[in-house]
Design a protein around this ligand. Structure first.
Ligand SMILES: *Cc1c(COP(=O)(O)O)cnc(C)c1O
Length: 796
């Protein structure tokens, strides 16, 4: 990139040019939307050169590429992120100010690209940014959902879902590529022709590409996120229309568009919905056809595919990639089955994201065979090949009890299978795939997740990132281990004062936003305690709110004692059909209403639950947090990435030994982490006692008082028995061990209060969390995949 691209004068003239010639607006009456678009196009222009250069180099040097297949990309906003990575953040602000516009306000007008549910989709977005930063040639492949994750609001404390429509505005970051389109077949029959199977599909749709460039740190490399949109293969039926049959005339279009219409809003349970299977195949087949087309423009021997192509399956959602690649190689390119199987396996990697049995995809063979008849045959052939070749001591079936098991399919078809934290990868070996692990030793490896420090520190926490640069110089953004250089400074009181001032600035900004968003006044002197993530029983928001009630009861019993003031902040969406999670949301809002209205408590305790948690809200909350709540039942959270964002931003964790918390604890040291709760083994043992929760409640006076207050309707005066069912479940069906861990959690919270009261010691602890968070950069994760899974060197 040439230096002159960076001058404010040139950027300003480009913004004005786009305003006039791209948007057709006169500066005299342009709206904020117009200015944002003009700035976005001017910034986008500056991505083109590095984007083309990266693509040209990959072709010229015939480099191997990664193809990251994911049903979700939880991207968030792109404008500020792009300015940060191009080092145009401050120049943009200055230029827009000169044009009479507030950069911050413009940036906040951009809708979040919410093409994902939570951690899995956000990981894919962090990986795209890190692959561009470390110079890993890559394509991300996903679906261009017309409607991303629903918008959440609360009505009388209960979650209400509204459709999200990010595409109702122009998306300035994407380029339609109608020339890159593939026919995706479904249904029909398999016939024999000349002794070979031949699939005659019953329906087809067209997958049409939209490309978004993904620019890495300092614009040194850029990759492509290619999202597929479904279009009808048959055009609008003019004959029917002319006959007056308007509905039937539009049928092909309606059928196709449902495929990329909505994101499934559930990330922890699996539902055997045919449309979901069709979406998974739609993404996967389009991606594989695109990969083979690109390969064939340069190479002819398809057996060398693994030298040029690494395909990563983000969870089992794209696990149909195994059979689909075999189908394309065998049916459409004439390769023998055994060669095709070897070739496919050498290309494919599979990342497991969950141990929860209810989240493991299994398709009824009826649905699967109906929708993908040729793939049903191929899956059965893979299954019998696997049994024949490896002769397992027990029956291991991809197809079992009339179901196709996608975890087993992905495992068998991948050369590497990885978990996403050290603990999780261990459990994948021991509990999820013990027999397959024994047959294929070494195939399961660990790749601990990470997050991109450009978005999650540099961009979203300017006070702290400014301080870091002042303290250790620039360059830590893509060498996050350099944060270690902050360690000696934590004993310097001047540095601690600055660190504290940065945190306070973020808390004051959040205080203003909370007042505006929730109408509640909170004090920045209070400890900001934050639990934001999808609402799920295993993540135990219930434990957190029940402990909040215990704390409230203690304040009420002794209002004159010295209490450390707290603001408890919750955020997160429940899957629309998940009744128990919705009840927990209702309880949090009910408890908030009672506590926040209690004058005796005042600033000592506030409970805040802003609606519609998303990436942009995380960017506000994380920098302002004093305490990170990572309290899942041990053995249930695969990794977590929220935990890493908080650590980077100087919030110590209160947490269980679960997921990547284990590695956070290891890095930061036990003295800087508030550990509580049962371990994975203890939790499994505990569940063997059918009376375990009653025993825990009997032993805890605090918990008895809390459950009684909730059951009696102290927080639901308009409907006293609202939480009978919920309290009954804690007593009798407490699979996630809320009662068993309650006292331990309560005691750890007490330690937090004591620690927070010692201001200098607390700031030191917070600063050490930042200083020791370098391991959790997704750059580290990506470099490790490049070495251990993809065998791809950096192009930089
Ligand atoms: C990071 C992130 C997540 C994942 O959070 P966990 O605490 O790891 O579950 C989910 N949603 C959003 C919007 C995020 O930014």
């Amino acid at each position: 990139m040439t230096e002159t691209n960076f001058t404010p004068a040139l950027l300003k003239s480009d913004v004005l040019r786009h305003l006039t010639f791209t948007l057709g607006k006169d500066a005299a009456n342009a709206s904020g939307y117009d200015w944002r678009m003009a700035l976005s196009f001017a910034i986008r222009d500056r991505i083109m050169e590095p984007w083309f250069a990266s693509t040209r180099r990959t072709w010229a040097e015939d480099r191997k590429r990664v193809y990251y297949l994911s049903m979700e990309f939880l991207i968030g906003r792109l404008l500020e992120d792009a300015t940060v990575n191009l080092d145009l953040r401050d120049i943009s602000e200055q230029v827009m100010r000169e044009l009479g516009q507030d950069f911050h306000t413009l940036v906040e007008g951009e809708p979040d690209a919410a093409l994902g549910n939570g951690g899995l989709g956000r990981l894919a977005a962090c990986f795209m940014e890190s692959m561009a930063t470390v110079g890993c040639p890559a394509y991300g492949y996903g679906i261009r959902y017309e409607h991303g994750l629903f918008r959440q609001s609360f009505e009388r404390g209960q979650q209400v879902e509204m459709p999200e429509d990010w595409l109702s505005q122009t998306n300035p970051w994407e380029f339609a590529r109608p020339e890159s389109a593939y026919v995706i077949p479904f249904k029909g029959n398999v016939e024999m022709r000349d002794g070979k199977e031949f699939w005659v599909p019953g329906e087809t749709v067209l997958a049409s590409a939209y490309d978004t460039p993904v620019i890495g740190w300092q614009g040194k490399w850029a990759n492509t996120l290619r999202l597929w949109s479904a279009k009808p293969t048959k055009q609008f039926d003019l004959e029917r229309f002319n006959r007056g049959d308007y509905a039937a005339a539009a049928e092909p279009e309606a059928l196709a568009r449902t495929l990329s219409r909505v994101l499934y809003p559930d990330d922890t349970t699996y539902q055997g919905k045919e449309l979901r299977l069709k979406q998974e195949f739609f993404l996967t087949s389009a991606a594989l056809q695109d990969i083979l087309r690109r390969f064939k423009t340069r190479h002819s021997d398809l057996r060398s595919l693994p030298k040029h192509v690494a395909i990563q399956m983000n969870d089992t959602h794209p696990a149909i990639a195994g059979p689909e690649l075999i189908r394309l190689l065998v049916d459409e390119n004439g390769m023998g089955f055994d060669d095709a199987l070897d070739t496919a396996r050498d290309c494919l990697g599979y990342t497991n994201h969950t141990l929860l049995p209810e989240a493991l995809e299994r398709w009824a063979t009826f649905t699967f065979g109906n929708t993908l008849p040729r793939h049903m045959q191929i899956v059965e052939r893979i299954d019998s090949w696997h049994r024949r070749t490896f002769s397992p001591p027990h029956y291991i079936g991809i197809v079992k009890h009339q179901e196709v098991r996608m975890g087993e399919l992905a495992f068998v078809m991948a050369h590497k299978v990885n978990g996403v934290s050290a603990l999780h990868s261990d459990l994948v070996k021991k509990n999820l795939f013990p027999e397959l692990d024994a047959l294929h030793p070494g195939r399961i490896i660990n790749e601990t997740n990470g997050v991109t420090p450009r978005r999650w520190l540099k961009m979203s926490n300017r006070p702290l990132s400014g301080l870091i640069t002042e303290a250790i110089g620039a360059g830590w953004e893509d060498q996050l281990d350099r944060l270690k250089e902050l360690e000696p400074l934590v004993d310097d009181s001047a540095f601690r004062a600055k660190f504290d001032a940065a945190k306070r600035a973020n808390k004051i900004a959040l205080e203003a936003w909370i007042a505006q968003e929730c109408g509640v006044k909170v004090s920045p002197d209070a400890l900001f305690d934050v639990q934001v993530k999808r609402i799920h029983e295993y993540k135990r928001q219930l434990l957190n709110i029940l402990q909040t009630v215990a704390h409230y009861q203690r304040i009420k019993a002794n209002p004159k004692a010295t209490w450390v003031p707290r603001v408890k902040i919750f955020g997160g969406k429940s899957a629309p059909g998940y009744a128990v999670a919705k009840e927990i949301i209702h309880l949090i809002n009910d408890v908030a209403q009672v506590i926040n209205a209690d004058p005796e408590v005042g600033d000592l305790l506030k409970v805040i639950y802003p609606a519609n948690y998303n990436v942009s809200m995380a960017e506000r909350l994380v920098p302002a947090a004093d305490l990170s709540e990572q309290i899942s039942t041990a053995g249930k959270e695969a990794s977590g990435t929220g935990n890493m964002k908080f650590m980077m931003n100087g919030a110590p964790t209160i947490g269980t030994l679960d997921g990547a918390n284990v590695e956070i604890l290891q890095e930061v040291g036990a003295e800087n982490f508030f550990l509580f709760g049962l371990t994975t083994d203890e939790a499994m043992k505990r569940r063997e006692d059918p009376d375990q929760s009653r025993k825990a409640i009997d032993a805890s006076l605090a918990l008895q008082n809390v459950l009684q207050a909730v059951a009696e309707g102290q927080f639901s005066p308009d409907q006293k028995d609202r939480y009978h069912g919920l309290v009954h479940r804690v007593w009798h069906h407490d699979y996630f061990l809320v009662a068993a861990d309650f006292d331990s959690f309560d005691a750890a919270q007490d330690k937090v209060d004591t620690a927070y009261a010692d201001r200098q010691a607390w700031i030191k602890m917070a600063a050490l969390n930042t200083a020791r968070s370098g391991f959790f950069s997704s750059d580290r994760t990506i470099r490790s995949y490049m070495k251990d899974v993809w065998t791809i060197p950096s192009a930089l």
